[in-house]
Write a protein that binds this ligand. Sequence first.
Ligand code: GDP
Ligand code: ZN
Length: 452
Amino acid sequence: MSYVQGDTIVAIATPPGEGGVGIVRLSGPQALRIGQRLCGQKPSSPPWPARQAQFRRFYSPDGLRIDHGITLYFPAPHSYTGEDVVELQGHGSPLALAALLQASGKHGARAARPGEFTERAFLNGRMDLAQAEAVADLIHARSEAQARAAAASLEGVFSKAVAVIHGQLLQLLALVEAGLDFSEEDLGAAHDIAIHEGLIALQQQLLQLLQQAGQGARLARGGRVIIAGRPNVGKSSLMNALAQRDAAIVTPVPGTTRDVLREEILLDGLPIELIDTAGLRESADLVEAEGIARARQILHSAQLILLVADAQAGWQQDDQIILDELPSIPKLLVWNKLDLVANPPEAPADASACAISALKGQGMNSLRAQIMAQMGMDHNGCAFSARERHVEALARAGDKVAEAVCLQKAAGHPELLAQSLREAAHALAQVTGKIDVEDLLGEIFSRFCIGK
Ligand code: GDP
Ligand code: ZN
């Protein structure tokens, strides 16, 4: 892999604010020289030893002492970016770090753009694109499950799975192409069977990977659940029970809840936005048409609606009216106040139902499991993190392999079959960024933080 011959970039790698340690990181051909200047050394000084912590003083260009700390030098290509990298680890003082940054600029470094260190790591072949994206996902993880999944992708779990399927695809393509110069009779049935079996195996593996990637992407993106129902059936109480804290206000007077509209909870590490429709209606009244459109959009973007009804009161006409008004996304009827009745009542014919007591906690585990199932998450957790972009690419690859299966059944178009497989391979290669991703890079790396 060739190195990006470019400028030397610099950034504060530690988070803003005061802290125990603050790190300034340089990457590029001048990293060592600039690092040495920052430590008051002459341009002719010998290079620092590789990967060795050394205590040094840091100076401004006019010789004023800024700080002291540890320096580390990672010569190319064995560094995060694949270029020469120097780290100055000083005190976590925003002023000292800003002074170091400024001094680096005077010595010829340029301030790094968001994600530029990782972009260079990708361009220099230190990691593939899915791994680079996992770096950002790990940094931005909001739950332990998200962080674990991102760490797995960063390690290459996802990339390896893609590479295995990509390799099999290419083998199969070679087999198909080998047959292009021969007639069906020359090749015999064995050739056909080998291709058929290869295609079916590929299809299954792609489907499995697509499911896993779908879960990984869902885990990163989070879900949205709407809570609907008549006043006083226990919507706010259910929100509290799911959130496991008393954020929403519960009042015993019908129709007077002025509760929190949205609540972000973690369900097995999956961030879920809970939205109480009572609140939606209120906000819709306040800001009229635009509010209503927004409320509708929020309703439609949910993966699940929990329609809460009172188990003691049974199914009421008003429940039916609310049910009829709800958009056609998956719904679960939740009989609440199970603690007040011996058995949950009959549900209206076409609804799946469960019974809980938001107050006493009965049935809550089963409800949580049903919500997770509706989100497409299995309870073993996510194997790795992924993004919508990856899911789409895998789906495209799956479509192309399905196309190849059809073409093979129809027989007589080996060149079209080969073309489908080539396109499938192309889609897979986009996941790891082997081809055709130039247009994506700006978009992907601009969402990183500066210094990474
Ligand atoms: P909302 O108007 O639908 O948001 O209903 P709330 O959550 O404000 O609850 C209305 C009333 O029902 C309150 O007095 C709650 O304490 C009570 N309630 C909610 N859930 C349960 C439950 O599971 N069992 C019992 N017994 N009362 C409940
Ligand atoms: Zn409420």
